[in-house]
Design a protein around this ligand. Structure first.
Ligand code: OX2
Length: 833
């Protein structure tokens, strides 16, 4: 049907002139919030503004859906249990190119624009890097005009809010939906039924073939909630589709629970539990039944949704893998391999071989970690009770797979056991990474070093079997959120010199390299950084009551709290510096503010104690008059996307100090570098590539390499020897052990120090001296402001590689085979605005 959409576009709800925006804003306040200005709250204004912007996104969204429908183009489906989106409003304004205009409109109405932006509760539907990567990727997919959907879970409670009480982390539930979410549209008409539990039965179909039927114990409904994802200054508006679980009305209480009202309500509650809360563990498997149910729930809904689209586009099932490229973001959605097989075999009656070919050609798998404790495995009995049919299918996949291995590696029984989808050593487990590897045509790591280590270590046997499946796709981050939105002054300084082509093509920043030698430019650059630091100092004062000096070096370590990330190594250096300053008040070091931020998984006691260590050391140093404010230690509470946007632009130094071989990539390292912070870091993850890009002379390197770490462990690592032979290290540890930072309580950090002295699994002691020496170099460098600024500029302008646009282009070319589909807006052949 030919549609005349002109009236919608001329309407107050779509026009982009200032007058119409103002009118639309006031209309929404009146007609949606039901308020007039005298009574409106800040939240009313925020919602009215959000709806005003959403109204203006809908034409692009509807046009995009129509274009995709008509083109039948290959679609990327990014399956991820986490999408750490951050606030939408500012980002949508940036991507539509109307940030400045809307700011003016709001201010002309006498309102505070920053306050309205700050009113948005951030959708924190992720733990850290993995979830944020998914968010950057869907931004880039839309910007590159690739047909794509993000599929995930609409958690009612996202990552907990962190407060610090008496130096300890406290968790508060994240009620991000309490004031309503203007960005999502529920699509109950596309709900999907998901089965769980029960048993399987064999039966003979009308052609006399033996088939299997799954008789579930319960059925839950998945309701899709869609959020438009705009490309940067394109007409594309892709979709993030998150599933909420509900009790099905049809499978109702009348049949099963007649008269049992409470039983019925109970069923409703258990159904809704599935999408209730994000598991707050980063890189730690939880092994909980509900977690497996969550994974299966969103995967099943998403695959059924793809089958629905296939049907309405009249595409035969045999071409599923041509229509959809499905990326598994870590193993959380790996059950998709068995679910697609089950759908094809049991529901669409496809033969095994055909089903397997479609499955393998559909999926690709990204691994994000080398940590053994993060590799998901499900105990067999648990798995069987939730997904009995899938277990049968996995056994069959495994038996066919191991036959293939047997032929290739005749007589190598040990290899078979290592490769098996089932871990048989003691209690039996389903190995999700193995399922993902077997069911995918491509397997990638997230930085060069990480991808190499996968081949040498964690996935070695798979590499030897199928070397052609292995790739590297180094992570990236979106410059829209992480430069334009969060650091507007830096962005305009850049655009004033080279125009704004860099926003979609970050390598263009290199045009600014010669400016590093220009004293005027350096001054402007320094002033921008300095203004960002002043703003951040005010923020810290408001949040913590601690006064910090914007003249001091802002040295940040923000990321999840984890032993492998070694926040405690940072603390050991702080104590050693404190010690030296007390001994020699004339020590020539620049004033420094050490800032930390990050959440600890609520059940990870050592990580929580690391937070207490940071705050305790800070308490002593910050009020020691001898120090005269030359060093300060601050823990910034509740590190998330919103606080990150304030942090990266204000940083002088970025701490990326994980034990080499442990951090798969890191992405915060990229955000810091893009915003002109220098890195002190180990040769780990993407640090290696950052150093390559910015130049070794503009990067502070220390510590053992991954190979050296491996060799040291192999030869026997004795942390106690370092303590005994390095008086400096001994001094620091003894202060901690003696209670100098715990009001004399020698027990408070005993567990931490004993752990280091006797085990030190992350080799803090082995890297300590090298780190301290390197920090001295940092301090010396900061004293030469001109030179430092030069390095800062070079870090930013050489970070083009780390745009997620580059990552996504590589995924498209090498794995997804997906092409751009530029969007023509309905009703006219409009140029993108
Ligand atoms: C993280 C990795 O730890 C980090 O190094 C990487 O940059 C990020 O994923 C994005 O690739 N959970 N979080 C991660 O891995 C897992 C598992």
């Amino acid at each position: 049907m030919e549609q005349n959409t002109a009236p919608y576009r001329e309407h107050n709800r779509t026009s982009l002139t200032k007058e119409k925006l103002k009118q639309g804003f006031l209309d929404n306040l009146y007609f949606i919030q039901g308020k007039f200005p005298t009574l409106a709250s800040r939240n009313d204004y925020y919602l009215a503004l959000a709806y005003t912007i959403r109204d203006r996104m809908l034409h692009r969204w509807i046009s995009t859906a129509t274009n995709y429908y008509e083109s039948g183009a290959r679609t990327v489906c990014y399956l991820s249990a986490e999408f750490l989106m951050g606030p939408h409003l500012g980002n949508n304004l940036v991507n539509m190119g109307i940030f400045g205009m809307v700011k003016e409109v709001v201010e002309e109405l006498g309102l505070n624009f920053e306050e309205l932006l700050a009113q948005e509760e951030e959708p924190g539907l992720g733990n850290g890097g993995l979830g944020r990567l998914a968010a950057c990727f869907i931004d880039s997919l839309a910007t590159l005009e690739i047909p794509a959907l993000g599929y995930g879970i609409r958690y009612e409670f996202g990552i907990f809010e962190q407060t610090i009480v008496d130096g300890w982390q406290m968790e508060k539930t994240d009620k991000w939906l309490r004031n309503g979410n203007p960005w999502e549209v529920p699509r109950p008409e596309w709900a999907q039924e998901v089965r769980l539990g029960g048993h399987t039965e064999q039966y003979t179909d009308e052609n006399g073939r033996l088939r299997v039927r799954w008789v579930p114990a319960k059925i839950v409904l998945g309701i899709p909630y869609d959020t438009p994802i705009l490309g940067y200054r394109t007409n594309t508006a892709n979709t993030l589709r998150l599933w909420k679980s509900e009790a099905p009305e049809s499978f109702d209480f009348e049949v099963f629970n007649r008269g049992d009202y409470y039983g019925a309500v109970d069923q409703k509650v258990t159904s809704e539990n599935i999408s209730k809360v994000l598991y707050p563990n980063d890189e730690q498997l939880s092994g909980k039944q509900l977690r497996l149910e969550q994974q299966y729930f969103f995967v099943s809904c998403s695959l059924r949704d793809m089958l629905r689209v296939l049907a309405i586009q009249n595409i035969p099932l045999s071409r599923f893998h041509e229509k959809f490229a499905v990326q598994l973001n870590d193993t959380h959605p790996a059950i998709a391999v068995a679910e697609l097989m089950r759908l094809l075999l049991d529901e669409y009656l496809v033969d095994w071989d055909d089903a397997w070919e479609i499955t393998q050609r559909t999926f690709a798998y990204t691994n994000h970690t080398l940590l053994p404790e993060a590799l998901e495995q499900w105990p067999l009995p648990l798995f069987a009770s939730v997904l009995p049919r899938h277990l049968e299918i996995i056994f069959e996949i495994n038996s066919r797979f191991l036959d293939e291995v047997r032929i290739k590696f005749l007589g190598d029984e040990a290899r078979l056991a290592r490769l098996s989808l089932i871990n048989e050593g003691g209690e039996r487990y389903v190995r999700m990474a193995h399922l993902a590897c077997v069911g995918s045509h491509a397997i990638n790591g997230v930085a060069e070093l990480h991808s190499e280590l996968l081949k040498q270590d964690v996935l070695k046997d798979f590499y030897e079997l199928w070397p052609e499946k292995f790739r590297n796709k180094t992570n990236g981050v979106t410059p829209r959120r992480w430069m334009i939105l969060s650091n507007p002054s830096l962005a305009s300084l850049v655009s004033d010199r080279i125009g704004n082509g860099w926003v979609r093509d970050l390598e263009q920043l290199r045009q600014l390299e010669p400016m590093a030698d220009d004293a005027d430019f350096r001054k402007e650059w320094w002033d921008v950084k300095r203004a960002n630091k002043v703003a951040f100092a005010q923020y810290i004062f408001k949040r913590t009551g601690i006064l910090v000096d914007p003249e001091s070096m802002f040295d940040f370590q923000v990321k999840r709290i984890h032993e492998y990330k070694r926040q405690h190594l940072n603390v050991l250096h702080i104590i050693s510096l404190y010690r030296r300053l007390k001994e020699n008040p004339n020590l020539e070091v620049p004033p420094r503010t050490f800032l930390f931020g990050g959440k600890a998984a609520p059940g990870y006691h050592t990580a929580k104690r690391m937070i207490k260590l940071i705050t305790s050391v800070g308490e002593v140093i910050n009020r020691d008059p001898d120090i005269r404010d030359r060093i300060k230690v601050v823990f910034v509470p509740n590190f998330n996307v919103t606080t990150g946007q304030k942090i990266y632009p204000a940083a002088d130094l970025s701490e990326q100090i994980s034990t080499a071989g442990k951090e798969a990539s890191g992405t915060g390292n990229m955000k810091f570098s893009m915003n002109g912070a220098l890195t002190i870091g180990t040769l780990d993850g993407a640090n290696v590539e950052i150093r390559e890009e910015v130049g070794a002379e503009n990067f502070f390197l220390f510590g053992l390499t991954a190979d050296e770490v491996y060799a040291l462990r192999a030869s026997g690592y004795h942390p106690y020897d370092y303590y005994n032979t390095n008086p400096h290290l001994k001094d620091v540890i003894d202060l901690l052990r003696g209670g100098s930072f715990s009001r004399g309580d020698a027990d408070l950090f005993r567990g931490l120090t004993d752990g280091l002295l006797h085990h030190d699994p992350y080799l803090l002691f082995a890297d300590f001296q090298s780190y301290v020496d390197c920090q001295e170099e940092v301090s010396r460098a900061y004293l030469d402001r001109d030179h430092w600024t030069r390095m800062s500029i070079l870090n930013a302008v050489r970070s083009g590689k780390f745009s997620s646009d580059r990552s996504i282009r590589q995924y498209c070319e090498d794995i997804w085979k997906a092409e751009p589909v530029p969007i023509t807006l309905l009703g006219q052949n409009e140029e993108p605005t």
